[in-house]
Design a protein. Sequence first.
Length: 127
Amino acid sequence: MAECKRIRRKKRQVCIGDLDSQITLQNRAITVPSFGVPDFDEIFSDIDTHWAKMDTVRGKTFFDGVNTETNITHEFTIRYIDGITTETWVLFESRRFDVLDFEDLEERHEWIILSCVERGTGEAAKA
């Protein structure tokens, strides 16, 4: 087993024993039923299941390209995998999280931190 060692600069450390939550990464497709109908459907498809370290976040704000402010509610740390984008969603304990941003920790291709906001299941959460 690999040794758990401190990551330089920012002094962040991730150990394999920290990965105690199971999450499912998902893609989302939006379908519009027909012309003139204002409603739409979301279809989520599973990509893969991973062990993750889950942290709740207070006071961290994300600004997108049009200066819209969104509060980050959770961060998930997983082993590095290629193909993660801000279009990826996280399913954790039957709750869905929208990935707002992600970071390849120290650019070492070992860990990814997904900065997410929890989305509800109701109609108001479709965004």
